[in-house]
Design a protein around this ligand. Structure first.
Ligand SMILES: [Fe+2]
Length: 371
């Protein structure tokens, strides 16, 4: 084909997720079409073009080259592609239980981790995107993606080095892989579990660890994080009953992300908790269930009341968030009078005369205030 001004030919080494093909991509030496024109590239496709089919150059649309699409759009595309890759790798919960985790599957997980870390470093608005991934048919792979997004965000807040971040992201993506070895009727049972059913569920950390060990391509750090993600800081977790520093750092981060996601997700038997309710619960578990420093980094990264948010107070008044305190549930607020004019500024954490005043809810309806 002859190139025109709306496209450019680039080396496969320069391809990035989110770029769009401007022509069919043909396997070298054959006439087999590998990708059709107008395909949005993801990391798995790029990997296959490079490593599997030895494609040299590809025509891509200029308008969609990575440098011209917004970071937000790139993150959206990335999350969408990560979700479909994870679905392929994990299978749906209704599929036959997993007995094996292949090398090909682990390569795909590595690619998803690379893409997610790149997006999460560049995009701060990840909490919203994560909540958008929540749905009633909440499969294991979706939960794993959200926990990975959140774990990386906490890791970023803790200043974790990039190489550790990769292990963290892979471990978080795979933390519940072992659930796919368990009978779906137990995993998705809406009511109370029998002792035997609960014992079966509690095997998922070991089962995930064993699948990764059999795969042979994982570091101890990644495998241990999967094994220990249900341990609790005070030693009351499972499967090993480990305490404090005996639980690896990566596992302690994933635990925080895992519990937060479980609380704020839909369950067949209960409504999701609000961000503030979940964070309050988690603050209460610092030093017992969770590592205190990690909880602080988590609260820092996911302040429930961002500056500018409209809220309803326990005394019925409305206010707007001015700034956050170390206790993110008690920020500095400015009262909004019924007329819409600004009222007094109140520091809910440091001003003791307001000890009994608290934020009741986020005021999503703005003026009407009913929610
Ligand atoms: Fe789990």
């Amino acid at each position: 084909m002859s190139a025109n001004s709306s496209m450019m030919k680039i080396n496969v080494e320069e391809l990035e997720s989110g770029m769009v093909t401007a022509d069919n991509v043909i396997e070298p030496g054959t006439d087999r079409v590998l990708l059709l024109k107008d395909t949005v590239l993801d990391s798995v496709m790029i990997f296959n073009l490079k490593e599997r089919y030895n494609v040299g150059e590809v025509y891509i649309k200029k308008a969609f080259s990575a440098s011209t699409i917004s970071q937000e759009m790139r993150t959206e595309i990335n999350i969408h592609q990560s979700l479909s890759t994870l679905k392929n790798v994990f299978g749906s919960d209704e599929d036959k239980p997993l007995t094996d985790f292949s090398k090909e599957a682990s390569k795909q997980i590595t690619n998803v981790a690379n893409d997610l870390i790149t997006s999460l470093y560049a995009d701060d608005n990840i909490l919203l995107k994560m909540h958008q991934l929540q749905s009633y048919d909440d499969y294991t792979y979706k939960h794993c993606l959200r926990v990975a997004m959140m774990s990386v965000t906490i890791g970023k807040s803790l200043g974790l080095p990039r190489n550790k971040m990769h292990d963290l992201c892979e471990a978080a993506l795979l933390h519940d892989l072992g659930k796919r070895t368990i009978d779906v009727d137990i995993i998705r049972k809406p009511g109370r579990l029998t002792d035997d059913e609960f014992a079966a569920i509690k095997k998922h950390p070991q089962n995930g660890y064993l699948l990764l060990r059999k795969n042979g391509g994982y570091t101890e750090e990644v495998m241990n994080a999967v094994l220990m993600h249900h341990e609790k800081f005070d030693g009351t977790g499972y499967p090993l009953g480990l305490k404090g520093g005996q639980i690896t750092y990566l596992a302690r981060i994933i635990t925080v992300a895992d519990v937060y996601d479980a609380l704020t997700s839909n369950r067949p038997y209960r409504q999701p908790w609000s961000v503030a309710e979940a964070e309050e619960f988690m603050m209460g578990g610092a030093n017992s269930h969770f590592d205190y420093d990690i909880i602080m980094a988590f609260l820092n990264a996911f302040a429930p009341y961002p500056v500018g948010e409209n809220v309803l107070l326990s005394d019925g008044r409305k206010a707007v968030i001015v700034s956050n305190n170390t206790n993110v549930l008690r920020p500095v607020i400015k009262i909004v009078n019924a007329s819409g004019s600004e009222g007094e500024t109140i520091d809910l954490y440091n001003d003791f005369k307001y000890l009994t005043l608290s934020i009741k809810a986020v005021d999503r309806d703005g003026i009407s205030g009913e929610n």
